[in-house]
Write a protein that binds this ligand. Structure first.
Ligand code: NAD
Length: 295
């Protein structure tokens, strides 16, 4: 069993840290929110007054923070940055979804202090974090991947080595860009059927057994009351927020610009999600884009 520090205990980080505790690791947790810390310490994690004290003696440091600026400041800020407090030979696992350039910058700075790093963004949402069934897309050396794999196995079910530092983040933005395009397409197809008198349950059943079948239609249907236990049947509460999808699509577009890639469907999906977020839907699940096509 390992000594692990966990920084960032929000919707995703909280349950991920609890799963590490449940599998017997010694876990010290820290978050700016005391309430978030309390939710994990009641499951047996330790805490300290600050992140710097938490990482002392930790072999692995996991972070689950909102965006690149948080990750850069937590690790690299002069004096208070964890780079000055993590012990040599330890490995940082950053599971936040951020830009690949920041991951690579943090990896390089840590390597100079003989500290390992992997970017390991996740797919599977809050449900996957609670159930311990997340997919991890890991960027780092083969040795770093082998070091972190057993730790990631306690929080996830599919652990992929995507390539070198930053590759995990690239895999994540590709996946989420595709997911957004599928969600928009599924939504407009269902609304077209509804507007022409079809029962959305019947139409969903037909398309999911036909060539239109896809995850957003079959598992995460955006039309209310077609399926139980999905956000669309719960007023679009829970799940994956529109604001986070809009953030990921911004990352996808930055990645496309820097590699001069053509991503017209992703660009349209980014605009639609930005518009949807701007209309006050930022806190709803991303399947609520369905309502944009209401007649
Ligand atoms: P969240 O906002 O619920 O949690 C972020 C946590 O980080 C908060 O508790 C906040 O207090 C803490 N934090 C911020 N700055 C900090 C600092 N300097 N020190 C310590 N703690 C700090 O976000 P989330 O939903 O848990 O998402 C985290 C990351 O995971 C994001 O990058 C997101 O894109 C990604 N992600 C989220 C989902 C999802 O379904 N929510 C799915 C996949 C990936």
């Amino acid at each position: 069993m390992a000594n692990i520090a966990f920084i960032g205990l929000g919707n995703m980080g909280g349950p991920m840290a609890i799963n590490l505790v449940k599998s017997g690791h010694e876990v010290c947790v820290f978050d700016l929110s005391e309430a978030a810390v309390a939710q994990v310490t009641e499951h047996g994690a330790n805490t300290k007054d600050n992140a710097q004290d938490c990482v002392k003696g930790a072999q692995f440091i996991v972070s689950m923070l909102p965006a690149g600026k948080h990750v850069e400041s937590v690790y690299l800020t002069a004096e208070t940055g964890l780079i000055n407090h993590i012990e040599q030979g330890s490995v940082v696992i950053d599971s936040s979804t951020i830009d690949a350039a920041t991951s690579q910058k943090v990896a390089k700075a840590l390597a100079e202090q003989k500290i390992g790093f992997v970017d390991a963004p996740v797919s599977g949402g809050v449900g996957g974090a609670i159930a311990g069934t997340l997919s991890f897309m890991v960027g780092g050396s083969k040795i770093e991947f082998e070091q972190v794999e057993p730790i990631l196995n306690t929080m996830g079910k599919n652990i992929f080595h995507a390539g070198e530092h930053g590759a995990g983040q690239i895999a994540k933005v590709c996946n989420n860009m595709l997911l957004s395009v599928l969600m928009v397409g599924t939504s407009e197809a269902l609304q077209l059927g509804l507007a022409n008198g079809l029962d959305p349950k019947v139409l969903s059943n037909i398309m999911s057994k036909s060539s239109g079948s896809n995850w957003t239609l079959d598992v995460y249907n955006p039309c209310p009351d077609v399926m139980d236990n999905v956000p669309s049947s719960n007023s679009y509460q829970g799940g994956f927020m529109v604001d986070l999808m809009a953030k990921d699509l911004g990352l996808a577009m930055d990645t496309a610009v820097s590699s001069q890639s053509s991503t017209p469907m992703g660009a349209l999906a980014r605009s639609l999600y930005a518009m949807h977020a701007g209309s006050g839907n930022g806190n709803k699940d991303f399947s609520s884009i369905f309502n944009l096509f209401n007649k």
